[in-house]
Design a protein around this ligand. Structure first.
Ligand SMILES: *Cc1c(COP(=O)(O)O)cnc(C)c1O
Length: 386
């Protein structure tokens, strides 16, 4: 049996929604993107606005740009993340300060942030790793103590909550979600920048389309708006198409149901892998929602197989896995630019040397999951071959 690491499964109404945009005569940013932004902000239920973009990377870049991050500034982010979190800081000529994780939550370490703050620090970019919320009270408190901006990389975290509030509504400067193909909801490629700061949202909207003061849709479709437009900055090309937004609207509609499916699968992994020499991923507290974007286990020192060997065995069994992540401090660009050594990041290093992300996607079948569970039990020597 083949079990992929991830499989996208679109329903017929989702495909129909895209086809109807293709037939509509308007493909790029227009009424669907507008509708998606409003529906997304409404789904968060908070007092926020949303700007649809063509990737979370774009959204993070726009957020930092709108906050005025630039050369001479330092921005703190965890080493255990995807490179997109950090690269956008470099786009603006600012410097990245990578810090270690908390070994239990696998999220950015609070003491590590405190130790990394200098007079040049301008912002913190926490990442809700795998969909488990960071300790946001502590981060927001540190930010207010040192007058720092907070931009949440919520690429994994729709729909997660922190102390009962949806991620995106915590009152930080900006939160950015990803709709990349294998994220918790998808538009193929896409992202959403969310904030309660209307000046930030306006700036992001302008910079999203070349620094034009009005978007193409209002110029061409709304006959009451003047034809003349101005360029107010050298902006970017980060707008979301209506094709993508149509898919986003339908995915948003079933995002909670997809999350419940992933949670059910995560609970079964928890139960069936509990006795093995593994560290299982932490759950959210009773009152909180975990998006379960990732289910990442860690092979423990008393395991009969090391991580790489277990990945090879599972691959041989037809099971796709992944590693989230090789930490940024171990990647040549980041390591060489900032002269980083693994010893500076003991928790992220220990985690990343032993981590494996298991298949987890909403339409994973029981028999697919049984195959994964059986093979891991077999290889780690506590079960029988099935
Ligand atoms: C996927 C991801 C991103 C980037 O998302 P895109 O939509 O692909 O640009 C950023 N940060 C993290 C942690 C991610 O996993």
């Amino acid at each position: 049996m083949e079990v992929p690491f991830f499989r996208v499964a679109l329903e017929n109404n989702e495909i129909d929604a895209v086809v109807s945009v293709l037939r509509s005569g308007w493909l790029t940013t227009g009424s669907k993107a507008d509708e998606f932004e409003k529906a997304f902000a409404a789904a968060l239920g908070g007092n926020v606005g949303a700007v649809a973009v063509n990737s979370a990377t774009a959204g993070l870049h726009l957020a930092l740009e709108a906050l005025g991050i630039g050369p001479g500034d330092e921005v703190i982010c965890p080493t255990l993340t995807f490179t997109a979190t950090a690269e956008v800081i470099r786009y603006l000529g600012a410097d990245v300060v990578l810090v270690d994780i908390d070994p239990v939550s696998r999220n950015i370490g609070i003491n590590a942030i405190r130790d990394a703050i200098t007079p040049a620090t301008r912002a913190i970019m926490p990442v809700h790793f795998g969909g488990l919320s960071c300790n946001m009270d502590a981060i927001i408190e540190l930010a207010s103590e040192y007058d720092l901006k907070v931009i949440e990389d919520a690429a994994h975290a729709y729909p997660s909550t922190y102390k009962g509030k949806p991620i995106g509504t915590l009152g930080t400067d900006a939160t950015v979600f990803s709709f990349y193909a294998n994220k918790t909801m998808t538009t193929g490629e896409g992202g959403m920048l969310v904030s309660s700061n209307s000046a930030l949202l306006d700036r992001a909207r302008t910079m999203r389309t070349h620094g034009i003061d009005r978007d193409a849709f209002s110029r061409f479709i709304d006959h009451n708006s003047p034809w003349r437009y101005d360029i107010v900055a050298p902006g970017f090309k980060y707008n979301m198409t209506d094709i993508a937004a149509a898919l986003g609207l339908t995915q948003l509609f079933r995002a909670q149901a997809m999350r419940e499916s992933r949670e059910r699968l995560a609970r079964r992994y928890d139960a069936e892998l509990a006795k093995l020499p593994l560290f299982l991923p932490p759950s959210a507290g009773d009152k909180d929602v975990h998006s379960w974007h990732l289910y990442s286990i860690c092979v423990s020192p008393d395991s009969p197989l090391e991580r790489d060997a277990l990945i090879s065995k599972l691959r041989h069994d037809g099971i796709g896995t992944s590693v989230h992540y090789i930490p940024l401090h171990a990647m040549s660009y980041w390591r060489d630019r900032y002269n980083l050594a693994g010893e500076k990041f003991p928790h992220a290093s220990a985690y990343a040397d032993n981590a494996i992300s298991l298949p987890l996607f909403p339409d994973m079948t029981d028999s697919e999951q049984t195959h994964v569970i059986d093979r891991i039990n077999y290889h780690l020597g506590k079960g029988k071959d099935c």
